[in-house]
Structure formats: C-alpha cells, structure tokens
Design a protein around this ligand. Sequence first.
Ligand code: GLU
Ligand code: ZN
Length: 500
Amino acid sequence: MSNPNSVRVRFAPSPTGFLHIGGVRAALYNWLYARKNGGEFLLRIEDTDLERSETRYTEDFLKSLKWLGLQWDEEPLFQSKRLDLYKKRADELVEQGHAYRCYCSEADVEAMRERAMAAGQKPQYDRTCRERKTPPPGASTYVIRTKTPLEGFVEFEDLIRGTIRFENADLDDFVLIRSNGAPTYNLSVVVDDVASRMTHILRGDDHINNTPKQLHLYRFFNYPVPKFAHLPMILGADKKKLSKRHGAVSANAYRAEGYLPEALLNFLARLGWSHGDQEVFSVDEMVQHFSFDHVQKSSAVFNTEKLLWLNGTHIRNTTAERLLGIVIEDFAEFFDPETSARIDTAIGVELVRLIQPKVKLVKELAEQLVPLCKPGQLEVDVATIKWGKDPGMKSVVQAAVRHFIELVSKKVEAAPQTPRKGKDAVWGSSPSLGDLGMSHQDVDALMRQVGEQHGIKLGELAQPMRAALTGKLVSAGLFDVLTVLPWELSESRLKRIENF
Ligand code: GLU
Ligand code: ZN
C-alpha cells in the first residue's frame, strides 16, 4: 500500500484517434509531477464511447507512451469494463437525493431549451422531473440528472490560473446516465478518479468547463476534491488549435520522422513551462525542475524549427550505440539484408559517430548510413559534380585522385600485416586507414599535398571523392569516412572517378 498522502495522477485519453501532441504533453506533465513528488502515474483508457473507440488507438497509446518512456505505475483501467459500476454509483446518488431520474424525451428537452432561449435565458433543462416521486404513466426510458444547487457557486484553485469560479445557476442539472444506460464523461471520470484516489487532475484546458460539474460530484461522493491544473492549449504557427493541417501530430509520426523521445518531451515540457532560460533538458533534469509555478497561462505556439533544433541537440547528446539501435529498429526498411548485417557492427557504430553531429533527425542519419554500409559501388549522380570552371579541370582532378589512391595504396602495402582492429567479419579483412594509424589530420594533409601538386583546391578534389565514396554531396566528413571504411572498399569506389 502506498503512502496515503502521496501524489496520484493519471493520464486518461479517449481512444478515438492516435496519441497526439496535446495528449503527450498532458501525459508528460502528469508523469513529471508524479516522478518529481515520488507519486504514482496511472493510465486510464476512456473508451465508454463504444462506437468511436477503437482498439488500434489504445494500442497506439500504449506503444507511444512506452516509446516516450512515460511508464505508468499500475495496470491501466479500461472504462468500458466498468459500465456497471458507473450505473451503480448513479443509482446510489438517486437514492441519496443528489440525482434524479428524468423521463423527458430528447424532443421535450430540446423544446425546453428553445423556450428558455426565446425568453432570453440560458438553454437549459427546466427541471420538470427534479421533484418527481413516481415515473409518469407509460414512461419507460429515463436519464439520470444531478440535483445541481439552484443558487451559489463553486470555485477551485487552479495551479496554473489561480481561482476559478462558476455560478451554479449556469451548470444545469447535467446528465450522468444517458437513456441507453451509458455514463456521461463527467460521471465516469469522477467515479474513476475517486476509485483511483487521485490527488491532482492535470489536463487540457478544454475541460475547464467540466470541472465545476465534477466538483459537485466529488461532494456527492464525499471525496476530498483533488487539486486541478488546466494546461493551456497548443496552437499551430497560424495561432489556430494544433491539428492535422499543421503536419504530423501523432507521437508515432514523430518517431517515424526520426525524432528522439527525449527531444519531443523536452520540446513539450518547454511548451508553456520554463526553468530560467534553459532550453535543453535531459529527462532527469525535467523531473528535477518541473513545477506548476512556471507554467504559463496563455496558449503555447508549436514551433517546428525549435523541435528540429532540439532533436539535433539530443542526437548529439546521446551515444552512437543507442542511435544505431534506433536506426536498426525504426528504419529497417531502408536496408537490404546484406547492408543491414554490416550496419550492426563496430564499424557501423563508428560511422554513426561521424554522422551524428551533422544531422537533426535519426532518419537523416539512417539515410546517410545506408550508402556507407552498402557493399560495392554506389549510385552516383555524376551530373551534379562540379569539376571547376574550366572544362579541362575534370581530367586534372581525375589525375589527382589517381595520385591519391597510389600514395595511400603504397602505405597500405608497406604496412605490417597486423590483424585489423575493426573485427567485423562481414566487412572483410581489408584494414581501414585508421587501422593503419592514419588520423583525420593525416588524410587531410595528404589530400592537400596531392591537390597542391596538381594545382587544384582541396574542395575540387574532395567533391567527386565524396560523391564516389558516400553516394552523396552532403555526408559525414570525407577524411573521417576514409579512416573508418576498409581501404579496399574506398579504393574501389574512388577508382570509379576515372569514368565519371
Ligand atoms: N478522456 C478525456 C480526454 O481525452 C480525459 C479528460 C480528463 O483528463 O479528465 O480529453
Ligand atoms: Zn425530465
């Protein structure tokens, strides 16, 4: 049994769509608050809308939350399995005089609303059945409504917005059980928040108008009212509520793009919350510093550029081993089996380490890694190579490359036949220049020397070499790649420049 005073919070999504960014932020703030306070973070699937709820969305929630590392502490609760309980609680409220059965038809209620509006009042139910002792003759179906006090007000201290007050007269005798026996959101949510002994309710501010109704239900159920924090909305760059129009909005879509979970969490934590002017947070730092004192009231604008920048930063802050694992797990479709076997090696890790500082998405990393790890020749778009202003330059550059290959090959032949350091069998037995003791600087110096001898700039020599070696004009550093790839492979690729 946990400490009865400890923080208990929950994330309670409805499985009517994939886990989206707003949901992730609600889950994150709850999770951070629980972790920070040594409390419990629970997951509840609000699948009472049997028509719109789908198992695939629930599966997406579980998978996405796991990917994000927002682990829940108890078995998730499924509301669809608790329908009898909600009905029972509503019947108890009727017995206790907090609620009543209303036999008016939907058409009756609609007519009441219209009459109220015509009289310049709020469109509300007119409370016809509030004091009814017996059902009207012939009535079979009913809804259960609350006996909301006719006067007075309810108020609560929102951890973000301060005191919020609602007049009871505005709340209506709201429905708890529909005519088909299904609970309304306000009933099921409070029954479960009571049953799960919630201490704090942290959710999107689209629920702010539900909170006064829920306050009455807590009172009916005799449960100490939890503390509330309503998180401001997330807006797109056009200041409209974030939606599919703004591009990827599901957590899984971000994963497929090559975002790291901690980058997404960092971004969402900072969206509306601050800790001084720190921008980059590890997950541990977020837990350490999180508090509602520094959550802003106004809605936050989703800035894709910033998310991308943060992702690049977190890519640089993590290990090449982990990134390689992500590439293999999430971008497997990029590789044929032969290439894949070469990726999952120590050379693969070294190559990731070279690419890592240059990319902002793991997907980009995967794209640059594939050609480096492929056995044999690459497809090169020769037309994109610039050989210099003078058409005669091409043959000069080709001669320089030939010269470079000769010089390196001599070194390789002269090297003692020591076993290769990189012990990756699938890459063959040829040593890399690094294995022969050549550093980034040595390769740089050698290329400069060759360039000078042939009267061309380093860039003019490097461009076709980069294209032949990496299949791309933008890649990890050429010198570095040369020190890591087995020379036999580099040599065969560089030799093709002869025919470009
Ligand atoms: N199922 C509700 C939603 O997804 C949860 C609201 C709450 O946290 O109370 O918006
Ligand atoms: Zn009625």
